[in-house]
Design a protein. Structure first.
Length: 327
């Protein structure tokens, strides 16, 4: 006979073991489902919002540029000087987008107003309402009889605007832009207040005019000189407006200076010594000083009245401090 120990556990013992194993497995399989099926509310944790983000952009001082006026959002106007190959100096002043407004004035003699009704705010001298906000003023374009383009002031056409010509467009909110009339300006639905045209563009879409080296295409000079007093206006991709002028320059000198400073669109303004003028103040409504070395007209010319059209530059925000250095 086989001994009992070698035959395995007794039948009753096996039943007991099976029962115990079944109970143990049942308790293990029930544990997780019972927790997942719990109807107790979840623990409430406070939601901490992310810190607020700031979107204010401050215009910093840029190396190579001298601030003229600053406000709550940084630099409003700044200036740098460029020396051309013959040693002459070009003054470039930048008016920062969103920080200034522009306004076109007619002269007492040119352009003629015709039947248009010109209010004091657009007359031949700076208006009293502008003075507290005044930061600068500069010359406009050629006389009407030069047939260099049209003029619109406060929504009134003084001389017809011509397609294909460079145009400084001022919207009703004072924003200024440079483009080619009938092509890049005006934009659909744009609320245009004033327009000053003057010849084809010096620079269009980052490309200089194919005629940039042909001096005779850019106006008649005194005594037939090629280098004479000239002024120009440019716009960079940020929408900043740049005024460039010199008492002795070629058209390409102005175009290169503006292009080097980021202008992708530019137009020539008036030329010859009597007409070139830029006056600046380091605080809104402050004293004007002449900004172009050797300019003929005094700093207060636009304040007392002038025969030709000009453009005023007004602050869009309070001035915090005076400029560093002098214009």
């Amino acid at each position: 006979m086989v001994p009992r120990e070698a035959a395995g556990p007794a039948p009753g013992t096996l039943v007991t073991i099976v029962v115990l194993l079944s109970l143990l497995l049942a308790s293990c399989s029930d544990a997780n489902p019972s927790r997942l099926a719990s109807t107790s509310p979840p623990i409430s944790r406070p939601v901490i919002p992310p810190p607020p983000t700031t979107t204010t952009t401050t215009v910093p001082i840029e190396p190579g540029w001298t601030p003229i006026a600053s406000g709550p959002n940084g630099v409003i106007t700044d200036q740098r000087n460029v020396t051309v190959p013959d040693g002459q100096q070009i003054t470039v002043v930048r008016f920062r987008a969103g920080q200034v407004r522009f306004h076109l004035h007619i002269g007492s003699q040119d352009p003629p107003a015709g039947a248009a009704v010109i209010g004091p705010e657009s007359s031949s001298l700076v208006s009293t309402t502008e003075i507290p906000e005044l930061l600068g003023a500069f010359n406009g374009g050629f006389k009407v009889n030069a047939a260099a383009g049209g003029v619109e002031v406060d929504g009134q056409i003084l001389t017809p605007l011509l397609n294909g010509l460079a145009s400084f467009v001022i919207d009703t909110n004072g924003t200024g832009r440079i483009g080619v009339w009938g092509s890049t300006v005006p934009l659909p639905g744009e609320q245009v207040a004033s327009v000053r045209q003057n010849l084809p563009p010096l620079i269009e879409g980052g490309q200089m005019s194919a005629q940039i080296g042909t001096v005779t295409q850019w106006g008649a000079t005194l005594h037939g000189l090629t280098a004479t007093a000239r002024s120009a206006l440019g716009e960079d991709p940020a929408g900043d407006i740049l005024f460039a002028a010199s008492m002795s320059a070629l058209p390409i000198d102005l175009a290169l200076a503006l292009s080097d400073d980021g202008a992708i669109n530019a137009m020539e303004l008036d030329i010859n010594p009597t007409w070139i003028q830029l006056d600046l103040a380091s605080t809104a409504g402050g004293q004007f000083v002449t900004a172009i070395p050797g300019q003929y007209r005094p700093a207060n010319q636009y304040l007392v009245g002038w025969t030709r059209d000009f453009i005023t530059v007004l602050t869009s925000a309070p001035i915090l401090q005076t400029g560093v250095g002098s214009p």
